[in-house]
Design a protein. Structure first.
Length: 485
């Protein structure tokens, strides 16, 4: 019972076997019945013909009929010939172990004899010229028989009857053989059902088992496993769904893991970024307390350094908060129609003095046009400051920083090119990550936080634009962004 509940194949097998047996049983029963009917009808016809034929034999009326003739006739159809007179008295009875000849004197009447099935009405029917028949037990001959009785005519009048009986055993035997064939067919059917079930187990239960295994690996956290699907049926469909589910789960979990990782990294980065300026401040203040600074100039230098670190900390905290806000979508962009020329020129001028100090040639270029876009001026300014600050910071004296404005079809493009060290290709996709710094040692002195580009990217994306970099190490970099008009 347990295995039945556990295996689909065994269920199928049982079902098929049951089907085979039910079908065979019914066809067997119906077939046998029909065949019996046909056999009996045929046999009856033959017997009737034989009886009619015998009744026409002249010698049959002869009281001293040659017994050999009757034996020959009875032997021909392996049965019994009985001749009775008008009143039903047996005249001859030959064959099937019987040998009564001309026994009219002994007065055995077929009607009412306890070993014979005949009734008075049967005799009357025969005497009216009818042919009658009987099938069943015939104790007189000690066996089951098929019997037919035809009228016996003498000079145009009915003078008695010829009754022919044939044993049923041979017919039953033939029907038995047929039933055996049905039985063999049943056995073959069961064997075929078994083979079919085994074949079905390949297409049915094996894929199901595979899916079961895949589901179990999923439960254990392995989502890489896929079920091979070939069929297009319901099982194939299920396998497809399972694969899709695994893929989706895998993706979701990877995203979750990545999110978790960035969150943890963020916390680690923030702590790290905070610790450095704090320890510098701590060092300088302790030096001051301990009176390590001898001269007034030295003390001023210490204080200036402390001040710088504090500014750095403030900037860091402000940027972190900013980035978090933009990322969480909590910063509302105050969109308005503005001319980018105005905004770019404004920021460019702020940096010109700085560039001159560093002996960097700074230039701003644009073809005539309106350069009107829908944007938040403060935020775009922040982007420009971040990009220009980076450009001026990385460019060495004698280098150049070029700002270019281009009006495209439905975008405005701003590009900032420097002749700085450039960014290695493998690092170019990474600079947009928070806290990412290409030159880790220089970042310290340069005072960058590694957040500027991350913030810039978020802002430009919030405007429906995009920001990219193209750079060759040793030659310089160009950062350009577009925003829709
Ligand atoms: P930071 O505040 O440190 O400059 P950013 O996010 O603005 O942070 O920049 C990330 C890193 O990308 C920088 O540390 C720097 O190494 C690199 N980078 C940015 N701009 C340039 C540039 N114009 N040329 C070369 N490297 C650059």
């Amino acid at each position: 019972m347990n295995i039945l509940r556990k295996s689909i194949v065994i269920k199928l097998w049982l079902l098929m076997v049951m089907l085979v047996l039910i079908i065979l049983y019914f066809t067997g029963v119906l077939q046998t019945a029909k065949l019996k009917q046909l056999y009996y009808a045929q046999q009856l016809e033959e017997l009737t013909n034989e009886a009619r034929h015998i009744s026409t034999i002249k010698e049959i009326h002869d009281q001293n009929l040659n017994v050999n003739l009757l034996y020959t006739l009875a032997g021909a159809f392996k049965g019994n010939i009985m001749v009775i007179d008008k009143q039903g008295y047996i005249v001859h009875c030959i064959g099937m172990g019987m040998s009564m000849q001309n026994v009219a004197g002994e007065k055995i009447n077929v009607v009412g004899h306890h070993d014979l099935p005949w009734k008075k009405s049967d005799l009357q029917s025969i005497m009216q010229g009818k042919t009658i028949s009987y099938r069943g037990a015939y104790h007189f001959l000690d066996t089951d028989v098929l019997t037919v009785a035809v009228p016996l005519y003498k000079e145009g009048k009915i003078a008695g009857s010829v009754m022919l009986s044939s044993p049923l055993a041979p017919i039953e035997e033939r029907i038995g053989a047929l039933q055996r064939i049905t039985l063999y067919a049943g056995l073959i059917g069961i064997a075929l059902a078994t083979i079919l079930s085994l074949l079905l187990s390949r297409t049915l239960s094996r894929p199901l088992l595979k899916m079961h295994q895949a589901a179990q690996s999923m439960a254990r956290g392995d989502y890489s496993r896929r079920v091979e699907v070939k069929s297009q049926d319901e099982i194939g469909l299920l396998a497809h769904s399972l694969n899709a589910l695994a893929a989706e789960l895998q993706e979701k979990i990877t995203t979750l893991e990545r999110l978790d990782k960035t969150r943890r990294e963020f916390v680690a980065n923030v702590s790290h970024e905070l610790r450095t300026p704090l320890s510098i401040i701590q060092g300088y203040t302790e030096a001051l307390i301990d009176g390590m600074a001898g001269t007034e100039a030295e003390r001023k230098k210490y204080l200036a350094d402390i001040h710088e670190e504090i500014l750095r900390l403030r900037r860091l905290v402000a940027e972190i908060l900013d980035l978090r806000k933009i990322e969480a979508g909590r910063v509302e962009m105050k969109m308005q129609k503005i001319s980018l020329i105005h905004l770019v020129s404004q920021v460019f001028e702020q940096f010109q003095a700085l560039a001159e100090d560093k002996q960097i040639i700074a230039s701003l270029d644009f073809a005539p046009g309106s350069y009107t876009v829908k944007a938040d001026p403060d935020r775009i300014k922040q982007v420009l400051i971040n990009l220009l600050d980076n450009a001026v910071r990385v460019t060495l004296p004698g280098g150049q920083v070029k700002v270019n404005l281009t009006e495209l079809k439905d975008m405005v493009q701003v590009s900032i090119t420097d002749t700085g060290p450039g960014i290695p290709p493998e690092e170019q996709p990474l600079i947009w990550e928070r806290f990412y710094k290409v030159d880790k040692s220089r970042a310290r002195t340069g005072g960058g936080t590694g957040l500027g580009l991350a913030i810039a990217k978020k802002i430009i994306e919030a405007h429906g634009g995009s920001i990219e970099v193209s750079s060759k190490p040793g030659k310089g970099s160009t950062f350009y962004f577009v925003i829709p008009k």
